[in-house]
Design a protein around this ligand. Structure first.
Ligand code: DX5
Ligand code: ZN
Length: 221
């Protein structure tokens, strides 16, 4: 399994997004995690498509767009046009999972479903064949810098078991509280894509922090 670092720009300095994300990429990050929040699905507002659209021409990274918004079906076209390579929606936020997956795939992009801590893996079992990735939230979505919920690891393992049972090949992402200390726990449970916000975007240490994750991945089986 290939291990991927997806630094969350939510923890970056928004006045230097191009510079700081370039440092993370130089440190070995292949993806950038883009947290869109609407102040309704989660109790915080971050930014929307116009912001990461500005990054698109200056970054070759894979844009991993995590939509923490109600009824994301209203904006999928905008998010695709702004340069998303992957669109991740929350199953708790929409009744139109299939239609969204179809639209994203028709654009040649990847589709993922995220589950909040209280949502069991079984809730999205029927949709797994549509998924290029599943996202197991390891904090309550809404804010960076929270503590990793190790009790989500059985859910990660469940998605790994379902992938095997159903003969599928989706990636498994974890998001929230991922650090050099917690990343191995998540990898052991079956995750291979790791979102890290506050553990990467520290002023003056961004490249070094990304590099440390990449070195850590080499110790995984
Ligand atoms: C939380 C966001 C995360 C957040 C992670 O709702 O989805 O992507 O930025 O931040 P850290 O890594 O600091 O927990
Ligand atoms: Zn996220």
């Amino acid at each position: 399994m290939k291990y991927i670092l997806s630094p969350s720009i939510l923890s970056a300095d928004f006045s230097k997004l191009a510079e700081d994300t370039a440092l993370a990429v130089r440190g070995g990050a292949e993806w950038l995690h883009i947290d869109v929040m609407d102040g309704a699905f989660v109790p915080n507002i971050s930014f929307g498509a116009p912001v990461y659209k500005c990054l698109r021409p200056v970054s070759d990274a894979f844009f991993d767009v995590h939509l923490m918004i109600d009824r994301p079906e209203r904006y999928i076209d905008d998010f695709l046009k702004a340069g998303a390579d992957l669109i991740c929606i929350h199953c708790e936020a929409t009744k139109e999972i299939e239609a969204i997956a179809e639209k994203v795939h028709a654009a040649g992009k990847m589709f993922a479903i995220a589950v909040k801590p209280a949502t069991p893996a079984e809730a999205i079992k029927d949709y797994l064949p549509l998924c290029d990735m599943v996202l197991v939230m390891t904090v309550e979505p809404g804010f960076g810098g929270q503590s990793f919920m190790a009790d989500m690891m059985p859910k990660v393992a469940k998605f790994r078991a379902l992938r095997e049972d159903l003969g599928l090949d989706y990636m498994i992402q974890v998001d929230g509280g991922i650090s050099l200390q917690t990343v191995a726990t998540a990898a052991a449970a079956g995750a291979n894509v790791f979102v890290a916000g506050s553990a990467v975007f520290k002023p003056g240490e961004i490249e070094k922090n990304a590099q440390a994750f990449i070195e850590k991945f080499k110790t995984f089986k």
